[in-house]
Design a protein around this ligand. Structure first.
Ligand code: S3P
Length: 187
Protein backbone atom coordinates (compact mmCIF):
# COMPACT_ATOMS: atom_id res chain seq x y z
CA UNK A 1 0.00 0.00 0.00
CA UNK A 2 1.31 3.46 -0.85
CA UNK A 3 2.03 5.34 2.37
CA UNK A 4 0.41 8.70 3.03
CA UNK A 5 2.18 11.66 4.52
CA UNK A 6 0.94 15.07 5.55
CA UNK A 7 3.08 17.01 3.11
CA UNK A 8 3.05 20.52 1.72
CA UNK A 9 1.49 19.21 -1.52
CA UNK A 10 -0.77 16.35 -2.60
CA UNK A 11 0.84 12.89 -2.78
CA UNK A 12 0.71 12.95 -6.57
CA UNK A 13 3.68 15.34 -6.54
CA UNK A 14 5.78 12.66 -4.82
CA UNK A 15 6.91 11.10 -8.12
CA UNK A 16 8.70 7.83 -7.22
CA UNK A 17 10.86 8.00 -10.34
CA UNK A 18 12.64 11.14 -9.09
CA UNK A 19 15.14 11.39 -6.25
CA UNK A 20 14.57 12.85 -2.81
CA UNK A 21 16.73 15.75 -1.61
CA UNK A 22 17.50 15.35 2.09
CA UNK A 23 18.62 18.30 4.21
CA UNK A 24 20.81 17.34 7.16
CA UNK A 25 22.44 19.32 9.95
CA UNK A 26 22.24 20.24 13.62
CA UNK A 27 19.05 21.52 15.23
CA UNK A 28 19.04 25.23 14.33
CA UNK A 29 20.74 24.71 10.96
CA UNK A 30 17.54 25.77 9.14
CA UNK A 31 16.51 22.41 7.66
CA UNK A 32 12.77 23.01 7.99
CA UNK A 33 12.60 26.67 6.98
CA UNK A 34 15.01 26.21 4.07
CA UNK A 35 13.37 22.94 2.97
CA UNK A 36 9.87 24.40 2.95
CA UNK A 37 10.94 27.44 0.92
CA UNK A 38 12.99 25.37 -1.56
CA UNK A 39 10.09 22.98 -2.13
CA UNK A 40 7.78 25.93 -2.82
CA UNK A 41 10.26 27.39 -5.31
CA UNK A 42 10.61 24.09 -7.15
CA UNK A 43 6.99 22.96 -6.89
CA UNK A 44 8.11 19.89 -5.01
CA UNK A 45 6.68 18.22 -1.93
CA UNK A 46 8.19 19.07 1.47
CA UNK A 47 8.14 16.73 4.43
CA UNK A 48 9.39 17.54 7.94
CA UNK A 49 9.93 14.08 9.44
CA UNK A 50 9.56 15.30 13.05
CA UNK A 51 6.17 16.86 12.27
CA UNK A 52 5.03 13.70 10.49
CA UNK A 53 6.05 11.56 13.48
CA UNK A 54 4.26 13.96 15.87
CA UNK A 55 1.13 13.80 13.70
CA UNK A 56 1.11 10.02 13.63
CA UNK A 57 1.83 9.69 17.34
CA UNK A 58 -0.61 12.44 18.33
CA UNK A 59 1.97 13.91 20.72
CA UNK A 60 5.06 16.11 20.67
CA UNK A 61 8.65 14.96 20.20
CA UNK A 62 9.29 15.95 23.85
CA UNK A 63 6.42 13.73 24.98
CA UNK A 64 7.66 10.86 22.81
CA UNK A 65 11.16 11.13 24.30
CA UNK A 66 9.78 11.53 27.84
CA UNK A 67 7.28 8.67 27.64
CA UNK A 68 9.07 6.14 25.43
CA UNK A 69 12.70 7.25 25.21
CA UNK A 70 15.06 8.12 22.40
CA UNK A 71 15.36 4.57 20.99
CA UNK A 72 11.60 4.48 20.35
CA UNK A 73 11.78 7.82 18.51
CA UNK A 74 14.74 6.60 16.39
CA UNK A 75 12.72 3.49 15.47
CA UNK A 76 9.90 5.80 14.27
CA UNK A 77 12.39 7.78 12.17
CA UNK A 78 13.68 4.54 10.66
CA UNK A 79 10.25 3.16 9.75
CA UNK A 80 9.14 6.48 8.26
CA UNK A 81 12.35 6.56 6.18
CA UNK A 82 11.57 3.07 4.87
CA UNK A 83 8.16 4.32 3.74
CA UNK A 84 9.85 7.18 1.92
CA UNK A 85 11.64 4.63 -0.28
CA UNK A 86 8.30 4.06 -2.00
CA UNK A 87 7.88 7.68 -3.09
CA UNK A 88 10.30 10.27 -4.49
CA UNK A 89 10.80 13.85 -5.58
CA UNK A 90 10.44 15.26 -2.08
CA UNK A 91 12.48 17.79 -0.17
CA UNK A 92 12.99 16.04 3.19
CA UNK A 93 13.96 17.58 6.52
CA UNK A 94 14.73 14.86 9.07
CA UNK A 95 15.71 15.76 12.64
CA UNK A 96 19.35 16.41 13.43
CA UNK A 97 19.93 12.93 14.86
CA UNK A 98 18.45 11.02 11.92
CA UNK A 99 21.89 10.55 10.38
CA UNK A 100 23.11 8.66 13.49
CA UNK A 101 20.75 5.75 12.83
CA UNK A 102 22.90 2.94 11.40
CA UNK A 103 22.53 2.43 7.64
CA UNK A 104 19.68 4.94 7.34
CA UNK A 105 21.29 7.08 4.65
CA UNK A 106 21.62 4.03 2.40
CA UNK A 107 17.85 3.59 2.43
CA UNK A 108 17.39 6.79 0.42
CA UNK A 109 20.78 7.40 -1.26
CA UNK A 110 21.17 6.50 -4.04
CA UNK A 111 19.17 7.81 -5.75
CA UNK A 112 18.56 10.50 -3.09
CA UNK A 113 21.09 13.26 -2.42
CA UNK A 114 22.07 14.89 0.87
CA UNK A 115 22.72 18.58 1.41
CA UNK A 116 24.40 19.51 4.70
CA UNK A 117 23.41 22.88 6.14
CA UNK A 118 26.52 23.54 8.19
CA UNK A 119 26.34 25.69 11.30
CA UNK A 120 28.59 25.87 14.36
CA UNK A 121 26.90 24.76 17.59
CA UNK A 122 27.23 28.24 19.15
CA UNK A 123 25.35 29.84 16.25
CA UNK A 124 22.78 27.04 16.20
CA UNK A 125 22.03 27.67 19.86
CA UNK A 126 21.53 31.39 19.25
CA UNK A 127 19.23 30.70 16.33
CA UNK A 128 17.14 28.26 18.32
CA UNK A 129 16.60 30.79 21.11
CA UNK A 130 13.64 29.68 23.21
CA UNK A 131 12.77 26.96 20.69
CA UNK A 132 15.50 24.82 22.22
CA UNK A 133 12.99 23.76 24.89
CA UNK A 134 11.06 21.75 22.29
CA UNK A 135 14.24 19.70 21.64
CA UNK A 136 14.42 17.10 24.40
CA UNK A 137 18.16 16.58 23.93
CA UNK A 138 18.71 20.29 24.58
CA UNK A 139 16.71 20.61 27.78
CA UNK A 140 19.70 19.45 29.80
CA UNK A 141 21.37 21.89 32.20
CA UNK A 142 23.94 23.13 29.66
CA UNK A 143 22.34 23.03 26.18
CA UNK A 144 25.38 24.74 24.61
CA UNK A 145 27.70 21.98 25.84
CA UNK A 146 25.19 19.37 24.71
CA UNK A 147 24.97 20.81 21.21
CA UNK A 148 28.78 20.88 20.99
CA UNK A 149 28.91 17.23 22.08
CA UNK A 150 26.31 16.25 19.46
CA UNK A 151 28.21 18.21 16.81
CA UNK A 152 31.43 16.38 17.71
CA UNK A 153 29.65 13.03 17.41
CA UNK A 154 27.83 13.81 14.18
CA UNK A 155 30.13 16.06 12.26
CA UNK A 156 31.82 13.29 10.23
CA UNK A 157 28.44 11.82 9.26
CA UNK A 158 27.08 15.23 8.19
CA UNK A 159 30.21 15.80 6.09
CA UNK A 160 29.40 12.71 3.99
CA UNK A 161 26.65 14.79 2.32
CA UNK A 162 26.84 15.35 -1.43
CA UNK A 163 26.96 19.12 -0.90
CA UNK A 164 27.80 21.34 2.04
CA UNK A 165 26.32 24.81 2.42
CA UNK A 166 27.96 27.00 5.04
CA UNK A 167 24.87 28.71 6.34
CA UNK A 168 26.83 31.18 8.46
CA UNK A 169 28.28 32.83 5.36
CA UNK A 170 24.93 33.80 3.86
CA UNK A 171 21.55 35.27 4.65
CA UNK A 172 18.64 32.84 4.97
CA UNK A 173 17.37 34.08 1.60
CA UNK A 174 20.70 33.33 -0.06
CA UNK A 175 20.86 29.85 1.55
CA UNK A 176 17.40 29.16 0.10
CA UNK A 177 18.61 30.27 -3.35
CA UNK A 178 21.76 28.13 -3.16
CA UNK A 179 19.87 25.03 -2.02
CA UNK A 180 17.21 25.62 -4.69
CA UNK A 181 19.92 25.76 -7.36
CA UNK A 182 21.63 22.65 -6.01
CA UNK A 183 18.37 20.69 -5.74
CA UNK A 184 17.28 21.60 -9.25
CA UNK A 185 20.70 20.73 -10.70
CA UNK A 186 20.52 17.32 -9.04
CA UNK A 187 17.19 16.59 -10.71
C1 S3P B 1 17.10 15.77 17.42
C2 S3P B 1 16.72 16.84 16.66
C3 S3P B 1 15.32 17.27 16.53
C4 S3P B 1 14.37 16.11 16.82
C5 S3P B 1 14.69 15.45 18.12
C6 S3P B 1 16.12 14.91 18.16
C7 S3P B 1 18.54 15.43 17.49
O1 S3P B 1 15.09 17.79 15.23
O2 S3P B 1 14.40 15.15 15.78
O3 S3P B 1 14.51 16.40 19.13
O4 S3P B 1 18.89 14.29 17.90
O5 S3P B 1 19.36 16.30 17.12
P1 S3P B 1 15.69 19.20 14.71
O6 S3P B 1 17.05 18.93 14.14
O7 S3P B 1 14.72 19.63 13.67
O8 S3P B 1 15.72 20.11 15.88
Amino acid sequence: MTPTFRTSRPGSAADPSRRHIILVGLPGSGKSSVGRAVATQLGRTFLDLDLEIERREGRSISEIFGENGEAYFRAKELSLTKELQQVGNMILAPGGGWITIPDIVGLLRPPGRLIYLRVQPETALQRLGTRQTSRPLLTRPDPGAELKRLYGQRRAAYETADHVVDTELYSLQRVIEIVTELASSMG
